[in-house]
Design a protein around this ligand. Structure first.
Ligand SMILES: Nc1ncnc2c1ncn2[C@@H]1O[C@H](COP(=O)(O)OP(=O)(O)OP(=O)(O)O)[C@@H](O)[C@H]1O
Ligand SMILES: [Mg+2]
Length: 445
């Protein structure tokens, strides 16, 4: 886009840039109007525009407005000889570059060409940063194969009524996926009701799940519907199902078989249509072996089992999520946009994240609140991290490490017999002793 009030110059530019698609505006207002329907990558902006052709106020206003509409736009400011200062001022206000009038066709051509290149690079970079699983699971951030597989399963089973069991360590996103299953099903406009079987005292779970009639027990002053009933038409999410006490497992099983409930103290059977999703971080097979979980209930709940990988097993996701949370919390707490110190990104990528996404989210949230600079440091993140944690990619170091490990293993397999060790390693005794010396190994030990 060319914003220039001098008609002669307009024609010259048009001719200069005949290889580009150009838009021309003679003042700020018509430029902004044009900009709303077009998104030019590069703008040539004359600072002296009517009604203030000899000043720069209109030009600066245009600069700000364009950048607030599209911050990625590369704006090149034209300045007269005497107005060098305002050109520099424009740069500090977000302009990409400036040039001096009278226009030199070659010079402006080069500047514009470079601006387009930079624009394209920045767009590409932004796309890469935003590369994530772009499906109908909008809140879910991932770019890893392991997690994309999971998303694929979720999308396929969501529209069906089968019961899904989500297995994953704490903080891996079980609840997020349960909600995704609901939101992608045609039950999405009906209730999603979650109950945490591990958080409710045993004697209260039954009334939570099934509800009760007035007078069913002391304190039952009115009729109360249970969670199952209130999920009618929608989805019932049984979180931490592994913690459900055995007597209630029997009652839940009965509901899953008959699809009817009875409120406590009630005599009437009420049929309920719900889709059941359950989740646990416990090893249910072990629970079944120990007699703590009913196998028949397990089979009812697990028509489809979804195993959610740990965060450390999702290649690249920790950093991707970290950037997402960083932006999210900076916005939420109204902090200036921040970035990570270089060693922080390394620490994030190599840390084990025992608490998975939840831990990552909490640490970033905390860091955003605590940090005062523009960079999030290791201190803000409170991760124990030393450079030795990172996997080295230095080939010499890798070889040395492997050599040492093989030598130790061969020594132990051969009970310390050197000839045998050398044979296992496929080297001669002198070579073996050479390596021992080189790596400074204590073979007696
Ligand atoms: N892939 C993801 N992308 C974006 N946010 C995620 C992702 N996975 C989890 N989260 C967020 O991390 C937090 C923990 O997720 P969620 O509560 O679903 O995990 P959970 O497995 O149920 O955890 P817990 O075992 O602690 O109950 C939530 O705030 C959730 O929004
Ligand atoms: Mg949960």
């Amino acid at each position: 886009m060319i914003i220039e009030d001098d008609e002669g110059l307009q024609r010259q530019y048009k001719w200069n840039f005949e290889n580009y698609e150009t838009l021309i505006a003679g003042d700020r207002e018509s430029a902004i109007a044009l900009l709303k329907n077009n998104a030019p990558s590069v703008v040539l902006l004359d600072l002296g525009l009517p009604p203030d052709p000899d000043g720069t106020t209109e030009g600066f206003m245009a600069l700000n407005e364009i950048l607030s509409i599209n911050p990625m736009t590369k704006i090149i400011v034209a300045s007269g000889h005497e107005a060098r200062e305002s050109a520099i001022n424009a740069i500090s206000n977000g302009a990409y570059d400036f040039y001096q009038k009278p226009v030199d066709a070659d010079e402006i051509g080069l500047i514009v060409e470079r601006a387009f290149k930079l624009y394209d690079l920045e767009c590409e970079n932004r796309e890469l940063q935003q590369k994530q699983y772009s499906t109908r699971l909008p809140e879910l951030v991932t770019a890893s194969d392991a997690m994309e597989k999971v998303c694929g399963i979720i999308e396929r089973v969501a529209p069906t009524a089968v019961s899904v069991l989500l297995l994953g360590a704490s903080g891996t996103g079980k609840e997020l996926l349960a909600r995704a299953l609901h939101n992608l099903s045609d039950r999405r406009d009906q209730p999603f009701v979650a109950i945490n079987c591990g958080a409710i005292p045993e004697n209260l779970i039954e009334s939570e799940l099934f509800g009760f009639e007035k007078g069913a027990f002391t304190g039952a002053v009115k009729q109360v519907k249970g969670k199952i009933e209130s999920a009618e038409g929608g989805t019932l999410f049984l979180d931490e199902i592994g913690d459900l006490p055995l007597p209630l497992q029997v009652k839940l099983l009965r509901f899953l078989q008959e699809r009817v409930i009875e409120r406590i103290g009630g005599r009437q059977e009420i049929s309920v249509d719900v889709r059941v999703i359950s989740a646990t971080h416990q090893a249910l097979d072990q629970y079944i072996n120990d007699g703590r979980f009913r196998e028949d209930l397990y089979y009812r709940l697990s028509e489809i089992v979804v195993n959610i990988p740990d965060l450390k097993d999702r290649d690249g996701d920790a950093l991707l999520l970290a950037h997402n949370f960083l932006n999210k919390f900076a916005r939420e707490f109204d902090k200036p946009t921040k970035s990570f110190d270089r060693n922080v990104t390394r620490a994030i990528a190599s840390y084990d994240w025992p608490g998975n996404v939840r831990e990552l989210e909490n640490r970033i949230k905390r860091a955003v609140i605590m940090s005062d600079g523009r960079k999030i440091t290791l201190n803000d993140l409170e991760i124990e991290y030393s450079e030795d944690h990172i996997e080295t990619l230095n080939l010499k170091e890798i070889r040395e490490k492997n050599d040492k490990a093989a030598i130790v293993k061969a020594l132990s397999l051969s009970n310390g017999n050197i000839s045998e060790t050398a044979r296992l390693l496929g080297i001669s005794r002198p070579t073996f002793y050479g390596l021992v010396k080189q790596y400074n190994l204590n073979i007696e030990k």
